[in-house]
Design a protein around this ligand. Structure first.
Ligand SMILES: Cc1cc2nc3c(=O)[nH]c(=O)nc-3n(C[C@H](O)[C@H](O)[C@H](O)COP(=O)(O)OP(=O)(O)OC[C@H]3O[C@@H](n4cnc5c(N)ncnc54)[C@H](O)[C@@H]3O)c2cc1C
Length: 396
């Protein structure tokens, strides 16, 4: 065939739909699971939707992406919400992002934060550290680092933070002593608004419905329950059976048991890519009247985030917790979903390894696309845009 697409998540589904739009029908998607949608899938739990790999909200700030997505689920089928999220430390519950809302803390704690921000390395000409562990206090001061950023990141990734790089945080602005002081004195937040300041969630369904509809249009072009385990780069063959001129890989490179026809460097780079896994656990008795979701840096709790679904899924009750798999202790009667590939880890050596993999694969007409194909913390709207662009670029 002309195109073989590995994975029917947002990346694979968008790429394939764009091919159809262009009148190209010579393609096949191989999907390991029995259902399309990847990380964006939902299940029905206690009569309401639950996003099985963690809360998935639709961000519609990209006009080209909206135009595409609204073809499958119209804006009238979505509720739109102003994001209300909090951070719960041992002693406080403050607005997100933390550094903008220090004014909400007690006066003594505000003073401690201001002292730490004034002493932060980035505000005092100290050279920038290489590892995430050292970079956080350098950038935000020791108090935000210890009370929030370091414990929260330890929990979500459950990995040694000194192995992570800093390149993925570089957009974080310096926390200025003067602006923080002014915000504290005036009792109001400062700084930029977080992503998803406004978000959409389907009125009647979980977030997975959008992608199921996209898959519906591709009927006959998707084989489910077919995990790709072998990739021959030279001949463009997958699992020894499927051969294509062009392969679009949206699955984790580390998920293949065997890759033939690659250089030794490539074969060393693949296992150096790391990821973390998540458990989503239903909490029938937890609710909030206002807050959509909340972050928990407290190390004594296994979960790092709780999503109060009653605030965004119409007619629902309860909440769900997100827990790194390494921290999860199963209790009898838990309704819980495990996702192995949840977060690509931004290890110090990742940029070098993934660009080596992508460059070499491309020379064989194999393109890495999406969260796993490119090993980036992309949200689904970004992935959709990348997939549309790639289809336009290579299928002229
Ligand atoms: C906790 C969490 C919260 C998130 N919140 C949001 C949010 O609020 N909004 C948002 O827009 N995005 C969010 N995201 C990101 C979103 O999940 C991704 O952007 C999106 O799923 C990426 O799509 P993808 O197709 O690249 O990857 P995936 O969704 O991972 O799809 C990859 C597909 O490949 C399949 N596959 C894997 N291995 C193989 C194999 N060997 N053979 C065949 N098939 C295989 C998988 O089963 C899957 O269907 C969140 C992610 C997480 C983990």
């Amino acid at each position: 065939m002309k195109y073989l697409i590995i994975g029917a998540g947002p990346a694979g589904l968008t790429f394939a739909n764009r091919l159809l739009d262009k009148g190209m029908e010579d393609f096949l998607i191989l999907e390991a699971e029995r259902e399309a949608g990847g990380l964006c899938r939902s299940a029905d739990v206690a009569g309401a939707p639950l996003d099985i790999s963690g809360g998935h909200f639709i961000d519609v700030r990209r006009p080209k992406v909206n135009e595409f997505l609204f073809r499958f689920m119209g804006e009238d089928e979505l509720n739109s919400y102003e994001r209300i999220t909090k951070i719960r430390t041992k002693d406080n519950r403050i607005g997100y992002p933390y550094e903008a809302n220090i004014w909400q803390l007690s006066v003594d704690e505000q003073v401690e934060h201001l002292k730490a921000i004034a002493a932060a390395g980035c505000n005092n000409g100290v050279p920038e550290p290489d590892s995430f562990l050292d970079w956080i206090p350098w950038k935000l001061g020791t108090k935000i680092a210890e009370d929030y950023m370091l414990p929260y990141n330890e929990k979500i990734f459950s990995t040694d933070l000194s192995t992570l790089g800093t390149y993925w945080m570089n957009k974080l602005p310096n926390v200025s002593f003067e602006d923080t002081l002014r915000a504290c004195l005036m009792k109001k937040p400062y700084g930029t608004l977080p992503g998803h300041a406004r978000f959409y969630y389907p009125k009647k369904y979980g977030s997975g419905e959008l992608w199921l509809r996209m898959a519906e249009r591709l009927k006959g072009h998707i084989e489910y329950g077919v995990p790709v385990s072998e990739l021959d780069m030279q001949s463009g063959t997958v699992n020894g059976t499927y051969r294509a001129d062009i392969i679009i890989n949206t699955a984790p490179w580390t998920a293949f048991d065997r890759i033939d026809g690659a250089s030794e460097e490539f074969l060393r780079a693949v296992p150096a890519l790391k990821h973390s896994s998540i458990v989503v656990k239903y909490l029938p008795d937890v609710e909030d009247n206002e807050v959509n979701w909340e972050y928990f840096p407290d190390r004594s709790l296994d979960y790092h985030r709780i999503l109060y679904r009653n605030t965004f899924a119409e007619g629902s009750a309860g909440a769900w917790a997100e827990i790194n798999l390494k921290r999860y202790k199963k209790s009898e009667g838990d309704t819980a979903f495990v996702t192995n590939y949840a977060y690509p880890l931004n290890t110090i050596d990742k940029p070098r390894n993934i660009s080596l993999i992508l460059d070499e694969a491309k020379r064989h007409n194999i393109y890495g696309l999406g969260r796993w194909g490119e090993w980036e913390h992309y949200n689904s709207d970004v992935v959709v845009e990348l997939a549309l662009d790639l289809a336009d670029k290579i299928d002229k």
